[in-house]
Design a protein around this ligand. Structure first.
Ligand code: 5GP
Ligand code: MN
Length: 331
């Protein structure tokens, strides 16, 4: 028997047992977070349930093509005068990733936690955590099958978007046979792969190129060229006319440099708040470093937010990388 079957059935029971749900993903949502939240929304619709999908902030406009995108509520702009007894959280590794949406939980609310991060601490009432899954959307595919739901083009598109983005376009090492089997099924339900890839992976904003140009000037190599990092300052955002969303993906340029084991980006999101993103090749588990610094993620892609100056954030990372690589930053 599939060892996950019990957990899947428990998740299905959770949805059947209640009538109205708060659905949420993590702060600064990506393709998997957004695709997964909307996939849950569509599953709830099929089950005849009511729901609200809420995020602490804005969802990137590039995901506009997803069904029910207009139902995503930005809590910071549209406060809600309601609390929820039942919550479904997707792609959130820990409670803090849910951000301010937690203020909408009724006291004693029950929470279904569906996620694939190895750093997930099981904060739900019911936890469906599969660290072997490439994306939370992959788990949702199995939930939909376990619930006996009908796959239509809209549900398929949400799930496919999560798979595509969290595997970097089916390129990362999490691209398993199961991922490819699911993806192939989803194409049969009508997903148009070139269109999704164009919107999620290919198309970039002009502001992204402008902020990339500034960020590349800050490129630094350390630890015998095993670490490459870049920095985006608040000033850079202003100069490039860029939002934080425009700065997404910069860290990949660092990791992709030949011979580099760890790529790091330091993005100043507010004064004395630094968002750190890490991408690893083989030698280092960056989720362990991120966890040490209050964040989390996957072995090859992780992040954290450090309160302090850019200099302080860099110093913390420098020391953690000295230990992880066994090489001093000055070498
Ligand atoms: P990114 O660097 O693209 O923001 O995130 C890379 C991975 O690390 C994603 O799987 C993301 O969910 C996770 N991650 C990023 N920042 C944090 C954080 O502050 N806390 C936790 N728990 N995970 C994070
Ligand atoms: Mn994910």
């Amino acid at each position: 028997m599939n060892p996950n079957l019990n957990a899947l059935q428990e998740a299905v029971r959770f949805m059947h047992a209640r009538d109205r749900f708060l659905v949420l993903s993590h702060v600064n949502p990506d393709g998997d977070a957004t695709g997964s939240a909307l996939a849950v929304a569509m599953m709830l619709e099929q089950l005849g349930k009511e729901y609200m999908v809420v995020n602490e902030g804005e969802t990137p406009e590039k995901f506009h093509f997803l069904p029910r995108f207009n139902r995503l509520r930005n809590l910071s702009k549209n406060p809600l005068d309601e609390t929820f007894e039942a919550v479904i959280a997707v792609d959130c590794a820990d409670e803090s990733r849910m951000g301010d949406v937690r203020s909408l939980f009724a006291s004693g609310a029950v929470l279904l936690n569906i996620d694939h991060h190895p750093t997930n601490d099981g904060f739900g009432t019911v936890n469906l955590i599969r660290t072997d899954a490439a994306a939370t959307a992959e788990i949702l595919y199995d939930v939909a099958v376990a619930a006996g739901l009908t796959f239509n083009e809209e549900l398929a598109l949400c799930i496919y978007t999560g798979l595509l983005t969290d595997t970097g376009g089916f390129r990362y090492s999490n691209t398993s046979p199961h991922v490819m089997e699911i993806a192939s099924q989803l194409l049969r339900y009508g997903v148009k792969p070139a269109e999704v890839a164009e919107r999620c992976l290919e198309e970039i904003t002009l502001a992204h190129i402008k902020i990339l140009r500034l960020a590349l000037q800050s490129l630094e190599l350390s630890h015998r060229n095993l670490v490459a990092s870049l920095t985006v300052r608040l000033d850079d955002f202003a100069q490039a006319g860029a939002t934080r969303e425009d700065a997404g993906g910069l860290v990949n340029y660092c990791r992709n440099i030949e011979g580099v084991e760890v790529g790091v980006s330091f993005v100043e999101s507010e004064a004395d708040v630094v968002k750190v993103s890490m991408r690893a090749r083989d030698r280092v588990d960056v989720s362990a470093i991120a966890k040490e610094l209050g964040g989390g993620g996957h072995a090859k892609a992780a992040g954290c937010t450090i309160r302090g100056s850019l200099q302080e954030a860099k110093e913390k990372l420098r020391l953690a990388l000295d230990r992880a690589l066994g090489v001093s930053s000055n070498e």
